[in-house]
Design a protein around this ligand. Structure first.
Ligand SMILES: [Zn+2]
Ligand SMILES: [Zn+2]
Length: 345
């Protein structure tokens, strides 16, 4: 029986709450965060460039540049919209809920590596590993290959997870939370149900775990990837532009680059309420997965006016924290009850 007279657990809970909220609020100061201030500033600079180009093309407008920038990209209609304000509240609350209740259950890449190591050594005990003698030149070559393959595995794993979230009926109920956003700001990236986050974690953990294990077996246990600002170098580089995915700044790449990489505008089309766009552009950085899966929809170079949201549901059903957390369970229970009723007829 736990000793209920012992109240130290209350202090532990309070400490954890304060710690997680502080971690969430100070995220812009940490280089491993998606909203590290450097990445926010780079998004702002890109936004200003886009606005300058837009202004150049829009000769009829007489107001100053800042007025134009503010009214189009920092407007109250977007940043003060109930959906955007809910994203900010959800960001803080989920920063407590997810690490405390769900993160301990999440699959880690290292767990996959450890499992495969145990499996391999039980079959090939004493077998010679590290087939490639590593001279310093080979070390660099393998480090480059590992850096590339790790990224491809990570991005591919995320695509598989995101695709399942769209195609599997009960998983879609959880992913709907992200798509219920009516306006996009960088905080929308965090409007993700804990179950969605778990699914989004499992697949890249598995794919990167397999790649890492293969390199451990065949190359070296010490292999690592190149890093920048404490992150995988490519993940860091994409972070400089990724906050624009959830912001109404229309950024596409030149046609040949657009074929290989998912631009922020690709992801904005992914959020479109228009049925013709549903389920398109599920990738994160590489466009190859969507091209193979035939879900690619290339955005036009000129800005497309997009209405964001689910399209087939009342947005008022997605306006509170309770609705974001509980709607999936409510909807799933309703659909089970409905199916039971139909089968009894
Ligand atoms: Zn999104
Ligand atoms: Zn999606």
């Amino acid at each position: 029986m736990p000793d209920l007279t012992n109240t130290t657990w209350i202090y532990d809970v309070i400490y954890q709450l304060v710690f997680q909220v502080t971690t969430a609020i100070t995220a812009p100061l940490r280089s491993t965060s998606d909203i590290y201030w450097v990445y926010l500033v780079s998004a702002l600079i890109i936004g200003i460039f886009v606005a300058l180009r837009h202004k150049e093309m829009d000769n009829g407008e007489s107001s100053g540049f800042w007025n134009h920038f503010q009214s189009k990209y920092l407007s109250k209609n977007t940043w003060g919209h109930p959906s955007a304000l809910l994203d900010m509240r959800y960001y803080v609350v989920n920063a407590v809920v997810f690490p405390l209740l769900f993160a301990p259950l999440a699959l880690q890449s290292q767990t996959v590596v450890n499992f495969l190591n145990t499996w391999y050594s039980s079959f090939f005990e004493g077998a010679s590993t590290h087939f490639f003698a590593t001279s310093s030149v080979e070390e660099i070559v393998f480090k480059v290959i590992y850096t590339l393959l790790f990224f491809v595995a990570y991005d591919g794993g995320r695509f598989i997870a995101h695709s399942l979230l769209h195609d599997v009926e009960w998983l879609w109920e959880f992913h709907k939370i992200h798509h219920s956003a009516e306006v996009l700001t960088p905080f929308t990236a965090f409007r993700v149900h804990p179950i969605d986050l778990m699914v989004m974690g499992i697949f890249p953990a598995f794919t990167t775990g397999v790649v890492t294990w293969l390199f451990h077996v065949f190359v070296s246990q010490e292999i690592g990837f190149y890093t920048l600002l404490n992150l995988h170098v490519f993940i860091c580089l994409f972070n400089f532009i990724d906050n624009i995915r959830h912001w109404n700044v229309w950024v596409t790449y030149p046609a040949p680059v657009n074929k290989w990489f998912i631009s922020p505008a690709h992801h904005q089309l992914h959020h479109s309420a228009d049925q013709a766009h549903w389920g398109c552009n599920r990738g994160f950085e590489l466009a190859i997965w969507d091209r193979l899966y035939k879900t690619i929809l290339t955005p036009s170079n000129t800005e497309q006016k997009i209405e964001f949201g689910l399209g087939d549901e009342n947005p008022l059903n997605w306006r509170s924290l309770g609705q974001l957390y509980l709607n999936p369970f409510k909807n799933l229970a309703n659909s089970v009850l409905q199916k039971q009723r139909i089968s009894k007829r």
